[in-house]
Write a protein that binds this ligand. Structure first.
Ligand code: C5P
Length: 423
C-alpha cells in the first residue's frame, strides 16, 4: 500500500546571501514535513551564512552551488535542476538577486537557474529597510511582479542592522503557506509525477461526473432545521479538480457558502435529502460515468415539519421530535436509476473501526470505491483543515493518504481512482 503525499510537488529552494539564510533551513524542513520534495541551490554569498552540507542533509539532495562543479564530486546539471521543479522559492531574496532576476543576469548558479525555470516563482525579499525602500529595488520588484513573480513579505520587524522596519524575511510558515497556495493553483499536468499520474492524466477528460457535496438541512419548522458539520470542501475540491482535468461535472450541493469552482457544467443547489435524491435521480438520467457521493446526507428528517414557528412556550420543558428515515440515495435510489457501467464512489465518516465499517458500507451499498475518514483522528477534520483518508475498493484499502489540504487530496484521489480504473 503506497502512502502518497505532496512529494508529487517539487520545490527548488534557492538561498541567497542574507542573514535570514539560517531561516531557510527551517523552511526546507517545513516544506519536507508538509510532504514536498525539496532540492536546494545557494549563491556563493549564501554559503557564507549557512553551509551547503546543512541543506544537503536536510533535503537529501546535493545542493547546487557552483556552475563548474568545484568542491562537488560531480558537476550538477543546472538545467536538470530547473526542469525538476514545480515551484521555485528564493528565500531570502537579496537586493542583488532581485536585480539580477529583473534584468536576466545569469552569473552564478542561482541566477542561472532562475533563467532556466519557467514555472511559478516565489521570492521572499530580505534586506536592510533603506535598501528595500530604494527606488532601484522597488523598480525591480515591480518588474518581477509584472512578470507574474509572487512576493511574500518582507515583514516589518527587528533587522540584523539594529533597526525595526520593513525588510525582514517572512517567517518560514508564511512562505510555506504561499507555496501551498501556488501549488493549489497549478494546472493538473504540473502536479503529475511518475507513471501512475501520467497514465491517469487524461483519464478524466470528457468523462461525465456527478458529484454531491455538503450537508443537507432537514426542516423542523420555517426557522429550525437538523444539519451536520459537513462544509462541502471535499466535494467542491473534487468537482474543481475533475473539471480542471477536463471532466464534464455536475455538482449537486447542499446548503454551503463556498465559491463554485470554475469550469463546472452544471451546479444544482438543494436543501433536503429528498431534494438531493431527486437531483441525483435526474442527473443519472443524463448517463454519467461516475457518481461521487461526497455529501453528508441526513439519515433522518422531522416527520412533519411545522408550517409555522414552533413556540417554546407550547413545548414545556422537554421536546421529542418524531423523525422518519430519509431515502438512502446510494443504497436505494442509485441502484434503481444507475446507467450501465456507472462507477460509484461513496464516502464514509467513522470514528472507530474505520476500515472495517467502510468496507461493510461499500458492500452494503454496492459501491465501487469508498473514501473513509475519521474526523476525530489527528490530521483530519471538518472544514478547510488538512485531512487524511483511506481509499478502498471491494478488496480493501488501496491507498492511504498523508494528511493533506483538501485540494491536494482531491487531485490525488482522482489520480488514484483513474489509476485503479486504467490498471
Ligand atoms: O451510511 P452512511 O451515511 O455513512 O454512508 C455514507 C455514504 O452514503 C456517503 O457517500 C453519502 O453521501 C451516502 N448517503 C446516501 N444517502 C443517505 C445517506 C448517506 O447516499 N441517505
Amino acid at each position: 500500500m503506497a502512502t502518497d503525499s505532496p512529494a508529487s510537488f517539487r520545490v527548488l529552494l534557492m538561498v541567497t546571501g542574507g542573514i535570514a539564510a539560517y531561516k531557510s533551513c527551517f523552511l526546507a524542513r517545513l516544506l519536507q514535513q508538509a510532504g514536498f520534495a525539496v532540492k536546494a541551490a545557494m549563491t556563493p554569498a549564501a554559503t557564507r551564512f549557512v553551509g551547503p552540507v546543512t541543506l544537503q542533509a536536510l533535503t537529501g539532495h546535493p545542493v547546487a552551488t557552483d556552475l563548474w562543479g568545484e568542491g562537488q564530486s560531480e558537476p550538477l546539471d543546472h538545467i536538470e535542476y530547473a526542469r525538476w521543479a514545480d515551484v521555485v522559492v528564493v528565500a531570502p531574496a537579496t537586493a542583488d538577486i532581485l536585480a539580477k532576476a529583473a534584468c536576466g543576469i545569469a552569473d552564478d548558479m542561482v541566477s542561472t537557474l532562475l533563467l532556466a525555470c519557467d514555472g511559478p516563482l516565489l521570492m521572499a525579499p530580505a534586506m536592510n529597510d533603506a535598501m528595500w525602500a530604494h527606488p532601484a529595488v522597488q523598480a525591480n520588484v515591480a518588474t518581477l511582479a509584472g512578470r507574474g513573480v509572487e512576493m511574500v513579505g518582507p515583514g516589518s520587524g527587528h533587522l540584523a542592522c539594529g533597526t525595526t522596519a520593513p525588510g525582514r524575511m517572512s517567517e518560514p510558515e508564511e512562505i510555506l503557506a504561499a507555496v501551498r497556495r501556488i501549488v493549489a493553483d497549478l494546472p493538473s499536468e504540473a502536479r503529475a509525477v511518475g507513471t501512475e499520474a501520467a497514465a491517469a492524466q487524461d483519464y478524466w477528460r470528457g468523462r461525465r461526473v456527478v458529484i454531491t457535496a455538503g450537508p443537507t438541512h432537514e426542516p423542523i419548522d420555517p426557522v429550525r432545521y437538523i444539519a451536520n458539520h459537513s462544509t462541502g470542501h471535499m466535494g467542491f475540491a473534487l468537482a474543481g479538480e475533475a473539471a480542471r482535468r477536463g471532466a464534464v461535472v455536475t455538482l449537486i450541493c447542499g446548503p454551503v457558502e463556498l465559491p463554485v469552482p470554475r469550469g463546472l457544467a452544471k451546479v444544482q443547489r438543494v436543501t433536503t435529502a429528498r431534494e438531493m435524491a431527486a437531483a441525483v435521480t435526474e442527473a443519472l438520467s443524463a448517463d454519467p460515468q461516475w457518481l461521487v457521493m461526497a455529501a453528508a446526507v441526513a439519515d433522518f428528517a422531522p416527520e412533519t415539519p411545522a408550517a409555522g414557528k414552533i413556540k417554546k412556550e407550547e413545548l414545556g420543558t422537554g421536546w421529542s421530535l418524531q423523525m422518519r428515515r430519509n431515502p438512502d440515495i446510494l443504497g436505494e435510489i442509485v441502484p434503481a436509476h444507475a446507467p450501465a457501467g456507472l462507477k460509484v464512489v461513496g464516502f464514509a465518516l467513522e470514528t472507530s473501526e474505520v476500515q472495517e465499517r467502510a468496507l461493510a458500507k461499500l458492500q452494503a451499498k454496492n459501491m465501487d470505491f469508498i473514501v473513509a475518514n475519521n474526523p476525530t483522528a489527528e490530521g483530519s477534520g471538518f472544514g478547510a483543515v488538512d485531512h487524511e483518508v483511506l481509499l478502498l475498493d471491494g478488496t480493501g484499502v488501496i491507498w492511504r493518504s498523508a494528511s493533506l489540504p483538501k485540494p491536494e487530496l482531491a487531485a490525488l484521489l482522482l489520480q488514484k481512482l483513474a489509476a485503479a480504473e486504467v490498471s
